[in-house]
Design a protein around this ligand. Sequence first.
Ligand SMILES: [Zn+2]
Length: 208
Amino acid sequence: MCSCGTKITRHEATLESLPALRPNTPPDERDPQQRMRVQLREESRRRKVEEMEQQMKKQHLIQHPYVSFHNRVVKAYNKLNEICFEGRLPPADNVIHWSRKPHMPFLGCMFGVHGVIVGIVLSADITSMQVLIEVLMHEMAHADVEVKQLPIGRSCHGKHFKESATKAVAVLEANRSVLEALVDTQLNVDVDQVRRAKRRRRFSPYRK
Ligand SMILES: [Zn+2]
């Protein structure tokens, strides 16, 4: 688990011994060995996604108490996905979740496995839209690295995460008024705040 709470699983120990398919080479449907290899990988992927969904549900998922706040965050995610991540991430409806887990140390958490985004869990205690957007963009940068299946590094805030977050903030800066109109809030999104893993003990969710 990374220091912002993000959980990513990449490796299939049981399948490691199988030779990998060459990228961009479609499996030969007539070759029973290749067919079995593809089936095993798909089965393992499905199982891992289900396990990750179970882990995510343990975060005491709730409906956000303020529907209008939730709706603004959903719109913000979809707009950020479109302008900052070129639509690579899945739509918000299946991704954005809220938690008010007692003693949850994180303000955000991305659950991903084998290039699949299982969900992004945000703390329902965040009342500042500015903080919410920073946490959301941080988790979306994790999701971007996962979708592209780039190396995550030991801390999962490695080179690719930093590149994705930095680029997203730069693109947002050029389109800030679009997002501000959507969330009805003036924003001052800072790249250092987005790249930083936010924990409750050193970060107030109520900062304006
Ligand atoms: Zn993180």
